[in-house]
Ligand binder design. Sequence first.
Ligand SMILES: Nc1ncnc2c1ncn2[C@@H]1O[C@H](COP(=O)(O)OP(=O)(O)OP(=O)(O)O)[C@@H](O)[C@H]1O
Ligand SMILES: [Mg+2]
Length: 314
Amino acid sequence: MNSTAIAASGLRKAYGDKTVLDGIDLNIGTGTIFSLLGPNGAGKTTTVNVLTTLLKADGGTASVAGHDIAADTKAVRAAIGVTGQFAAVDDLLTGAENLQLMADIHRLRGAEGKRVIGGLLERFDLLESAGKRAATYSGGMRRKLDLAMTLVTKPRIVFLDEPTTGLDPRSRRTMWEIVRELTSDGVTIFLTTQYLEEADQLADRIAVLDGGRIVAEGTAEELKRQVPGSHIRLRFTTATDLDAAARVLPESTRDDEALTLRVPGDAGSKSIRRLLDRLDEHALDADEVSVHTPDLDDVFLSLTGHATTEVVAP
Ligand SMILES: Nc1ncnc2c1ncn2[C@@H]1O[C@H](COP(=O)(O)OP(=O)(O)OP(=O)(O)O)[C@@H](O)[C@H]1O
Ligand SMILES: [Mg+2]
């Protein structure tokens, strides 16, 4: 499971003299969920379009499922599924007909086609509405149908460009469950989102994209630890201990009422150990140690100098 599903190096794309991707590097492990997080206009869709061969990069290289995106377009396309930012669903067709259309395009005929379509309708809880026109579907149902259409060919790598934008919290959760289920089958997910919570909930690794550059990359926890606001809180049993500890840790802020010290700095295990060692040297012991990390909102603000345009899910 350690192999690489998607790798990119120095990807660049410009429209006229406007640089949209300014050197994107990626390394995404097979079977993982990777999230590209960024505000409107950051370059998320452009990145997806380049990696899925819909758009040619001006510079840099990338391979998807082991195939070069420039030289091996066909092989890349055969390995992937893409659910775009705007649903590919045909409103005039029923749910089942939309899926049948995908099966036809990919020459999935007869009993096998029927079996795959039936399976997807069931899995996405769309059996009851399968015979109704997509125009009558709710936003959440359309998104599900859209993703089901992508899965007709059983792709090993799935690109989801803002799959839950505009969905209500319940439909969003359903979508999250579906995405998680996909990875349990070993599928790799490349997901773009403007929702910090979504990246936090789903992604194994997150890259923060801003103005065509990746300004930070890591697990949600790693990202949160990078920004100021991380601190360790130590609670003591007596005011005497608190006094003594405050002298040992002059960088801390004390709260006499709560008998706590707040020590700024990165909240990794090494820092905690170092801190406790310093207390130990003075025969001091904290009654309680807690680690506080900022949320992804803080991360985004700190990394990009501006808040996400849409922080709160509708
Ligand atoms: N065909 C195009 N011609 C000129 N500029 C474009 C074109 N497509 C995208 N852009 C510009 O490239 C930048 C990145 O666009 P992109 O669609 O990749 O952003 P995004 O992160 O997907 O945003 P959103 O969250 O709104 O979907 C934007 O400034 C956009 O205006
Ligand atoms: Mg987009």
